[in-house]
Design a protein around this ligand. Structure first.
Ligand code: GLU
Length: 550
């Protein structure tokens, strides 16, 4: 009579190690008491979803709050979804947006750590070792049911309004003897390997999710698949083996996995593993026509981290904004600590909202404007150049022609107590800086409502006649004031308001005429500095050209 050991030996002829060997190879980590080990475990789809990035941020914060460790594992068991270079792309996005990884894949092409391989497709021998052990211990068995048979069972279950799935009386291969299983294997019948569930639908599993709180669900009685017909593990099985052997203490993931926790706890128990703590994050939501819905990869460009790279959002902005949706206490904290490093915020995963965080791009832009407003001119210039080099070659060429000028442009008004908030992202820079370059300056004949073309011409001519490049803002303003009175404009706004009928307008109108002529805009940063950076020739040319066009 054959035994289950015989079946296991035929199923896994190449397995030479035992679970104990792996326990020795991957011992508990040597970390301080209470240190939390977290991980991000994406599939190599070449696309980092904001939701995955968000959970990676929570992983990072959770590890940091306990002097723990955050690692990266590649879940590449679904070859259909795999994209060439997809893992590198995801890593590049994580790196770019400022989430350092301590172990596993830390950067494209760079792997560190003693708990590898960090690629699931390279861990098949490990999975097989554990499945072999389960088969030997009659906790798993090969199942030879064909997909058509399973589909038929499902139809019957649906017709009888029963729970669908491979369980109890609907799990025929569960009852095969070792001899029968062996015969089928020897006849070359294809198979999957299933768990021999010891669960009972009538009993309940209880656990505490760090975000969702206390949860009770029916035990799992389904003989779910551990290894697919090609020998590759299912997510459930790989999760248990990997997170155990890599010594993950906290599994933080999307709440689409919450309903699978009974299966996972069962696996951890049957494999004699200590179960990790779970934290299930609700999906990020967006509002559309007054309704909330999940952020969708298909409908929302902002679901992909590529979007933030292309738009040129600084990593600090993305992280700062995500902090505001990760913790309702963050904004308050930020107000009290305006210049503190975001990482010193006392983050507590248990305080995360149970319902999905709402993502609002306008709010993100506001947050980003504040972040950019307090950056140094050097940092802004470097970041804009790096962004432009990748995403806007023409703009890059303009800036690169004179990097000193570029820096001077981004420095305008930056040291003021209330810095301007013109840019939310680097892709706003070409528009913001357009009038500094003849190639992108757009002249206008627009005038303030109260100023006639003839008066505007007179203003432009008078200012040009006595033009002098100055650095001092008050001196510059005095020179503008000086042309007012002879042209019938009041050099003082207050005075004008007391007696408006006595004037054609005031100094504000005069400077607006100049601003429109020199920049093509009504609203710009410090015009004195702009003129200085443009240089006398260019300023005079624009004054003359505008006057001619009026
Ligand atoms: N590869 C899994 C996914 O993309 C990871 C889930 C987890 O973090 O365990 O859904």
């Amino acid at each position: 009579m054959a035994t289950w050991n015989d079946v296991a030996a035929v199923l896994f002829p190449d397995v030479t190690r035992t679970p104990e060997d792996y326990e020795t190879m991957y011992p508990p980590r040597d970390l301080a008491e209470g240190a939390r080990v977290t991980r991000v475990a994406p599939s190599p789809t070449g696309y980092l979803h904001l939701g995955v990035f968000y959970s990676a941020l929570i992983d990072r914060l959770t590890a940091d709050a306990s002097k723990g460790l955050f690692y990266f594992r590649l879940e590449d068991t679904d070859k259909k979804r795999e994209v060439e270079g997809g893992a590198d792309d995801i890593l590049a996005s994580l790196n770019r947006f400022g989430l350092p990884i301590d172990e596993g894949f830390v950067a494209p092409g760079k792997v560190t750590g003693d708990y590898g391989s960090y690629v699931q497709s390279e861990r098949v021998e490990i999975y097989h070792t554990y499945v072999k052990w389960l088969v030997e211990n009659e906790r798993a068995y090969p199942c030879f049911c064909k997909p058509e048979e399973n589909a038929k069972t499902r139809e019957q279950q649906e017709a009888r309004k029963l729970r669908t799935g491979y369980y109890g009386a609907f799990a025929p291969c569960r009852n095969l003897s070792a001899d029968e299983a062996l015969q089928k294997l020897q006849a070359g019948e294809p198979y999957v390997v299933r768990l021999r569930s010891d669960g009972d639908e009538e009993r309940r599993v209880k656990f505490d999710d760090m975000i969702k709180g206390h949860i009770e669900m029916p035990e799992n009685d389904e003989d779910f698949v551990l290894l697919k017909s090609d020998g590759v593990p299912t997510y459930h099985f790989a999760h248990a083996v990997d997170d155990h052997l890599m010594r993950t203490t906290h599994v933080i993931r999307g709440d689409e996995w919450l309903s699978s926790v009974p299966k996972h706890l069962q696996l951890f128990r049957l494999l004699n593993f200590k179960a990790p703590k779970y934290a299930h994050i609700s999906p990020i939501m967006v509002e559309e026509d007054g309704h909330k819905r999940k952020l969708s990869k298909r409908k929302d460009p902002q679901a992909a981290m590529h979007f933030y790279a292309e738009q040129g959002y600084p990593a600090a902005s993305v992280l700062e904004y995500l902090m505001t949706i990760a913790s309702s206490e963050f904004e308050q904290w930020r107000k009290a600590n305006p210049t503190a490093d975001r990482r010193t915020f006392p983050f507590n995963i248990k305080k995360m909202s149970v319902s999905g965080a709402l993502f609002d791009l306008n709010k993100m832009n506001d947050v980003s404007k504040n972040v950019i407003a307090v950056m140094s001119a050097d940092d802004v210039t470097a970041a804009v150049l790096a962004w432009a080099e990748e995403y806007d070659k023409d703009f890059f060429a303009l800036l690169d022609r004179d990097r000193e000028l570029a820096k001077n442009i981004f420095a305008i008004d930056r040291d003021k107590p209330k810095p301007r908030k013109d840019m939310a992202k680097w892709s706003d820079a070409p528009e913001y800086t357009a009038f500094f370059f003849d190639e992108t300056y757009v002249p206008t004949t627009e005038l303030p409502e109260s100023v006639s073309p003839a008066d505007a011409k007179a203003i432009l001519a008078a200012y040009a006649a006595d033009y002098k490049e100055v650095s001092d803002q008050s001196e510059w303003f005095e020179r503008v004031k000086a042309i007012c009175a002879p042209l019938g404009f009041c050099p003082d706004v207050k005075e004008y308001k007391q007696n408006p009928d006595a004037y054609k307008g005031h100094v504000g109108d005069v400077s607006t005429v100049l601003r429109l002529a020199v920049t093509g805009r009504r609203n710009t940063p410090d015009l004195c500095r702009i003129m200085e950076l443009l240089g006398t020739d260019r300023v005079l040319a624009r004054l003359a050209d505008t006057a001619n066009a009026l």
